[in-house]
Design a protein around this ligand. Structure first.
Ligand SMILES: Cc1cc2nc3c(=O)[nH]c(=O)nc-3n(C[C@H](O)[C@H](O)[C@H](O)COP(=O)(O)O)c2cc1C
Length: 489
C-alpha cells in the first residue's frame, strides 16, 4: 500500500461511518476529518492528543487531534495487528515518549480506548446529560459517568430508555461527550445482560456496574448496589453476560466500596476483586475507598462517616498487576489526585468536588493529567465566557429537540462561578430569571452572567500560562520522527 492510496478517501461501509459518528470520532456534519480505508475490522483509539483508527491486518493512521486541519497531516503510519500489541511493541522498542508509553501500557492492559486518569463520578440527579455537557466543555479528556440507570428501567420503560441513554451532541465542535461511561444498577445477571444489550447501540465508552451504592432504596431490594459485594459470584456472572452482548470496544467495569458492614477486611476486598476479575472478566475496578454501612447511615453519611482507606487500593495494585484500579473518595485538590497517580494508581475519580466547583475541578485536568495543551479546537484559550457561549447553543438545541425544561438545562450552571466575586448574586439572578416564563434560556444566561466581571468571565485556567509541557513536546518529536521515517520508506 503506497501513501497515495492511503490518502484516498475510501469509505464504503456506511455502518462504519454511522458507528464513528455515534461514538463521536467524526462529527455529525458531512465533513469527514479522517480518511479511512475500507476495512472489515477496525477499532478507534485515542491516546492523549493522538487519535486514529486501527485496521485489523492493515494500516493505522495516527492523527494529532480530531481537528479538521490536522486531519490531512497524519503524524505517523504504523502497521499493527491490533492496537494493544502495536502500542506494546512500540513502547518496548522505545519508539514512544515515556508519557505515551505509559498510556500505551494502560491501553494494552485494560482494552480501554481512553485513559482513566481523571474521571467524574456517577452522581444521581447531578451527572445528567446537561451536567456532562458542561463538564465536557471544560475538559475534553476527563472520563464522564452517567447517573446510575436501573436495568429494569431500560428493559420495561421504552420512553425513559431513549431519554436516559441518548448521548447528546456537543455544539460548534468536532468533538463529542465521549469518553462517557454508562453506569447500570441491577442485581439479576439476566436483567443486567438485557439492559446491556439495549445500551449496546448507544455507543458508550464503557458500561459500569454499581456495586457501591448504600442507599436503602437500592441496597434494600435484594442484593443490589453495595450489597452485591457479598455475592462476588453473582457479580462475575452478570459482568460476563453483559460483556458478551456489548461491542469489544465497550468493556464492562465495576465500581465498588472496600467492604460492607462487618465485611471490611482487606482479604474480603481482595477476594471480591479476584472472583470478579477471574470469573467475570473485569479488568478495571473503581474503588470508593471506604466501606458501606447498610443499616443506620444515610447515603450522604455513607460518603463521609466510614474512614477512607486508600491503603487497600494500593495493596490491590500490588496483588493484581494486570488489573486497572481507579481510586475514589475525598479528593479535593488536583495535587492530591497527582499524588495517587504518582504512587501508581491508574486513575482518580472525583465526585462532590466537581459537583460543587466544576470549573476549578476540571479546567486544568487536560494539561495536568492528559498531557494536552489547554486551548480548545479553535485555538482560543478556555474561559468561562466561552463555556457559557457554547453551553447556551447546546441548551437551545436540547430544548428544541427534546422539549426538556429550561430549569433542568440551566441547573448545572449554578455552581460555575463558585467562590468568585458576585458568584452568589449570579446564582440568585438565575433563580429569579427562571421565574419569568417570558425569558429564553439565552436571556437567562446573559442576564445572570452580566453581574460577573470580565476578569472572572475571561480568566483562563491556571495552566493556560504555561507552555507546552515536556511530555507533549516529546510526543510531537516522536511523531515527527515517525513521519520522517515513513517518508523515507
Ligand atoms: C449526589 C450524589 C449522588 C451519587 N450517586 C451515585 C450513583 O448514582 N452511583 C454511584 O456509584 N455513586 C454515586 N455517588 C457516589 C459518588 O460516585 C462517589 O463515589 C462519592 O461521592 C465519593 O467521591 P467524592 O468524595 O469525590 O465525592 C453519588 C454521590 C453524590 C454526592
Amino acid at each position: 500500500m503506497n501513501s497515495a492510496q492511503m490518502n484516498c478517501l475510501h469509505i464504503t461501509r456506511l455502518t462504519t461511518v454511522r458507528y464513528l459518528r455515534r461514538t463521536g470520532f467524526i462529527p455529525s456534519s458531512s465533513h469527514l476529518p479522517f480518511s479511512l480505508l475500507d476495512c472489515t475490522v477496525w477499532r478507534p483509539f485515542s491516546v492523549g492528543t493522538t487519535r486514529g483508527f486501527v485496521e485489523h491486518n492493515s494500516c493505522l493512521r495516527v492523527m494529532r487531534d480530531a481537528h479538521p486541519t490536522s486531519a490531512r497531516h497524519p503524524v505517523a503510519y504504523i502497521h499493527p495487528f491490533n492496537v494493544k500489541s502495536s502500542f506494546s511493541v512500540l513502547a518496548r522498542q522505545n519508539q514512544l515518549s515515556p508519557a505515551l508509553a505509559v498510556r500505551a501500557r494502560q491501553i494494552a492492559m485494560t482494552g480501554l480506548c481512553h485513559s482513566p486518569r481523571y474521571s467524574v463520578a456517577p452522581m444521581m440527579e447531578v451527572t445528567d446529560r446537561h451536567f456532562r455537557t458542561l463538564s465536557r466543555l471544560i475538559s475534553r479528556d476527563a472520563v464522564l459517568y452517567t447517573e446510575m440507570v436501573v436495568d429494569r428501567t431500560l428493559i420495561y420503560n421504552e420512553q425513559l430508555r431513549e431519554y436516559a441513554l441518548r448521548i447528546p451532541p456537543l455544539p460548534n465542535s468536532s468533538s463529542s461527550q465521549h469518553p462517557v461511561v454508562l453506569q447500570l444498577g441491577g442485581s439479576v445477571p439476566d436483567e443486567l445482560e438485557a439492559a446491556a444489550r439495549i445500551a449496546a447501540k448507544y455507543g458508550y465508552s464503557e458500561v459500569n456496574l454499581n456495586c457501591g451504592c448504600p442507599s436503602p432504596k437500592v441496597a434494600g431490594k435484594g442484593c443490589f448496589g453495595a450489597a452485591l459485594m457479598r455475592a462476588p459470584e453473582v457479580v462475575a456472572e452478570a459482568t460476563k453476560k453483559m460483556a458478551a452482548v456489548l461491542p469489544e470496544t465497550t468493556p464492562v467495569t465495576v465500581k465498588c466500596r472496600i467492604g460492607v458492614d462487618d465485611l471490611d477486611s482487606y482479604d474480603f476486598l481482595r477476594n471480591f476483586v479476584e472472583i470478579v476479575h477471574q470469573r467475570g472478566g473485569v479488568k478495571h475496578f473503581i474503588i470508593h475507598a471506604r466501606k458501606a454501612i447498610l443499616g443506620g447511615l444515610s447515603p450522604a453519611q455513607n460518603r463521609s462517616v466510614p474512614p477512607l482507606k486508600y491503603g487497600y487500593v494500593h495493596r490491590l495494585l500490588q496483588d493484581f498487576p494486570d488489573v486497572t484500579f481507579t481510586i475514589n473518595g475525598g479528593f479535593k485538590t488536583l495535587s492530591a489526585v497527582q499524588e495517587q497517580l504518582d504512587v501508581g494508581v491508574h486513575g482518580v475519580m472525583v465526585g462532590r468536588e466537581v459537583m460543587d466547583k466544576p470549573w476549578h475541578a476540571l479546567c486544568d485536568v487536560d494539561r495536568l493529567f492528559f498531557g494536552r495543551n489547554c486551548t480548545p479546537d479553535d485555538g482560543t484559550i478556555l474561559t468561562r465566557r466561552g463555556v457559557l457561549r457554547d453551553y447556551t447553543a447546546y441548551a437551545e438545541n436540547e430544548i428544541e429537540r427534546t422539549g426538556c425544561s429550561i430549569r433542568a438545562v440551566v441547573k448545572p450552571l449554578l455552581q460555575l462561578f463558585h467562590g468568585e466575586p458576585n458568584g452568589k448574586i449570579y446564582r440568585r439572578a438565575i433563580d429569579e430569571c427562571l421565574r419569568d416564563p417570558a425569558l429564553s434560556v439565552g436571556d437567562i444566561i446573559n442576564r445572570a452572567s452580566s453581574v460577573l466581571s470580565d476578569d472572572v468571565l475571561d480568566a483562563p485556567p491556571p495552566s493556560a500560562v504555561a507552555h507546552l509541557d515536556k511530555s507533549v513536546a516529546d510526543d510531537v518529536q516522536v511523531c515527527a520522527a515517525f513521519e520522517h521515517r515513513q517518508e523515507g520508506l
